[in-house]
Design a binder for this molecule. Structure first.
Ligand SMILES: *Cc1c(COP(=O)(O)O)cnc(C)c1O
Length: 384
């Protein structure tokens, strides 16, 4: 195995200064300043692998935009540090609980690449390493043990797969010992940002503790490389169902054609698109946010235009939990008929028995937008 293929080498040689990054890209003034200023405030590092995917010359490269800060990150008049109020939903230090039967368990604060739009970049990621000690993790496990209604535990952070295999196994084994924990999910971006991390040994270990699910995060088709494909094949090969949670990011994937290509490519590497997240009102991310209408238009251009299996759910995460957002296909009732709109904009009248509930009003159907176009904002234009 060459050093490049060794995940420890990738981590040991992470790029954490603008000078090191300059070996991969010709930084603009804005990027150089962004790296220098933002890395004083937030953790910043990129794996050589992920940097190698960057376009050397184009500052609008979707990989660069995700990982290289610009001065925009330092100014944001409406963003807040903890938009989901996760601090208030934390019964013990490392646990975030919003739902009755499942919770997020943040077992580490390291990542292979620190995303510029990370939801936890000022909260979890800002915590010192010792906050993720064995003792703290033990408190989290104890909380789960004392709450038999928890049947699904989502290991997140930070990226749980940056921990050594033995530590991951010890956490998973302790959760597995609790009979009420049915499902263990891992949230890891390593298949995208450090695919070398997915080793046969890691997969053999995880396989012993099924049912294990893994959700990853690819945001752009350019991230789907032979290395990423191999990592996903190893995970899928030991029976781990793979899902993808992408973030809708202005200038990166806020375009129906890009999103459709991403979802199809994910299906090809056996990753099922699960969520598209609306970008949060998080400090320093104003330049990434798109109007919610843009996300709705993207969804309208996926449903029916590609395999249903390739169509994720578009969600807005809030302090109350995730809220699904979808184009409206139900126009309303007209007498004994329900009027619905098909994926390509045709109206369909379905004979419909009277409901006890107040009949839905009939809404004027808008003409469907042409596939792969969106006229709501100037976001798509950024791709041209
Ligand atoms: C997203 C999330 C989950 C998992 O939600 P699903 O919709 O079941 O994938 C659980 N807990 C928290 C706090 C979350 O943010």
């Amino acid at each position: 195995m060459s050093d490049w293929d060794d995940w420890q080498w990738q981590l040991a040689n992470r790029i954490d200064t603008s000078d090191k990054l300059e070996r991969y890209v010709e930084l603009t003034e804005d990027e150089r300043r962004g790296v220098e200023e933002a890395s004083k405030r937030f953790t910043w590092a990129v794996t050589p692998y992920y940097a190698s995917l960057m376009d050397r010359r184009d500052p609008r490269c979707p990989i660069r935009l995700q990982a290289v800060p610009t001065a925009d990150e330092l100014f944001d008049d409406i963003g807040v540090p903890d938009p989901l109020d996760e601090g208030k939903h934390s019964p013990v230090e490392l646990i975030i609980r919003v739902y009755p039967d499942r919770l997020a368990f943040c077992v580490g604060n390291r990542c292979a690449v620190y995303c510029r739009y990370c939801l936890r970049k000022e909260t979890m990621m800002g915590k010192p390493e010792q906050d993720f000690s064995d003792e703290r993790v033990g408190e989290g496990i104890q909380y789960i043990q004392e709450h038999p209604e928890i049947r699904d535990v989502l290991l997140t952070g930070g990226d749980p797969l940056l921990l050594p295999d033995e530590r991951i196994e010890s956490i998973i084994a302790r959760l597995r010992a609790l009979s009420h924990v049915e499902v263990i999910r891992i949230g890891s971006r390593t298949p995208c940002t450090l695919p070398q991390r997915i080793t046969p040994q890691l997969c053999r270990m995880l396989e012993k503790h099924h049912p294990i699910y893994l959700n990853t995060q690819f945001n752009h088709p350019r991230e789907i490389t032979p290395e990423a494909e191999k990592a996903c094949a190893l995970l899928a090969g030991v029976g781990i169902p793979l899902g993808n949670q992408s973030v809708l990011l202005r200038g990166i994937n806020d375009n129906a054609a890009v999103m459709k290509k991403l979802c199809r490519e994910l299906m090809r590497i056996r990753v099922r698109p699960y969520y598209i997240y609306q970008c949060q009102i998080l400090s320093g991310t104003r330049h990434f946010r798109t109007p919610i209408e843009c996300g709705i238009e993207i969804m309208r251009n996926l449903q029916g235009y590609t395999s249903g299996l390739a169509v994720p759910k578009y969600v807005l995460d809030t302090p109350y939990g995730k809220i699904p957002i979808a184009p409206n296909y139900v126009m309303g009732r007209e007498g004994d008929e329900m009027v619905l709109r098909s994926w390509d904009g045709k109206l369909w009248r379905e004979p419909n028995p009277l409901s006890k509930e107040t009949p839905l009003p009939l809404v004027e159907a808008e003409p469907a937008l042409e596939a792969e176009s969106c006229a709501l904002c100037d976001c798509c234009a950024l791709h041209e």
